[in-house]
Write a protein that binds this ligand. Structure first.
Ligand code: NAD
Length: 262
């Protein structure tokens, strides 16, 4: 018997085997969860389908989270396939590449709108459709980053979107508490993925954080294990929180002089 035996849930945000969402999916699968996957567009289908099949998942559906009609259609299929669900994982973010580098003051209105819509509002949109499918309560989680709280050069508008996402987690936690649905976020240290590669200077940041954090860089597996806890009954009554899985980077006020190169 695994921690998630008999539990069913949805994973949003697998693009390939390096995706954090895939790390979370594997961790939940190891504990016996039955998983459904949703991916962003046709291009990703050929990547996501084999991954889902490798863990025995038969529910793999396309859904652009900026399209309300597409989300409605997806959740109709979810209801038909699963009936009720126990958890939902939101591991989605996007901003146009030109917004993820250079002067923050140059952020465009459209870039700002897109970043907030895809990376933040989508959590509300998914939570609204998932709630009726969780009649006995459940758990939701989203992925965030330290750039929500402190300035991380080049992360720019995505830092603003993550700050809004963390506030959204708290408001959803408040609102959905009455439905016995918990909502939390994991703030992960940098991990090399498709999305991360879009941020200017990502490789340098990854190396820097690895050198400064008390426990170095983190992996998809580390995030998966924390997600497993947050989505499980062991985290009963934990809601509206942001849990750091960052090797301790966020506690540091200054790097160890031995890694400074100034
Ligand atoms: P990733 O590229 O593997 O995942 C991002 C996912 O967002 C992709 O699957 C993509 O298809 C999906 N997406 C984008 N636009 C979408 C849309 N309109 N509709 C549906 N899906 C859409 O990269 P990742 O690093 O695994 O990112 C997952 C989450 O983790 C993101 O929220 C990201 O901000 C967060 N995060 C990443 C890091 C890191 O260093 N990689 C650190 C902290 C938090």
């Amino acid at each position: 018997m695994g921690l998630f035996s008999g539990k069913k849930g949805l994973i949003f945000g697998v693009a390939n085997k390096n995706s954090i969402a895939w790390g979370i999916a594997q961790a939940l699968h190891q504990e016996g969860a039955e998983l459904g996957f949703s991916y962003a567009g046709q291009v990703l289908k050929k990547r996501v389908e084999p991954l889902a099949a490798s863990i025995g998942s038969t529910f793999v559906e396309e859904c652009d989270v900026t399209d309300d009609q597409a989300i409605d259609q997806l959740f109709e299929k979810v209801a038909q396939h699963f009936g009720a669900i126990d958890f939902l994982v939101h591991s989605i973010a996007y901003a146009p590449r030109e917004e993820l580098g250079g002067r923050f003051v140059e952020t465009s209105r459209e870039g700002f709108r897109i970043a907030l819509d895809v990376s933040c509002y989508s959590l509300v949109a998914l939570a609204r459709r998932a709630r009726p499918l969780m009649p006995n309560g459940g758990a939701m989680m989203a992925m965030t980053y330290y750039g929500a709280e402190k300035v991380t050069p080049n992360y720019n508008v995505m830092g603003v979107a993550k700050a809004a996402l963390e506030a959204t987690v708290r408001y959803l936690a408040w609102d959905l508490g009455q439905d016995q649905i918990r909502v939390n976020a994991v703030s992960a240290g940098p991990i090399k993925t498709l999305a991360a590669a879009g941020v200017s200077g990502f490789r340098k940041s990854l190396n820097y954080v690895g050198a400064v954090a008390p426990m170095g860089n983190v992996t998809q597996e580390d995030v998966g294990n924390a997600a497993k806890f947050l989505l499980s009954d062991w985290a009963r009554k934990i809601t509206g929180e942001v849990l750091y899985v960052d090797g301790g980077y966020n506690i540091m006020g200054a790097p160890d002089p031995s890694v400074m190169d100034v």
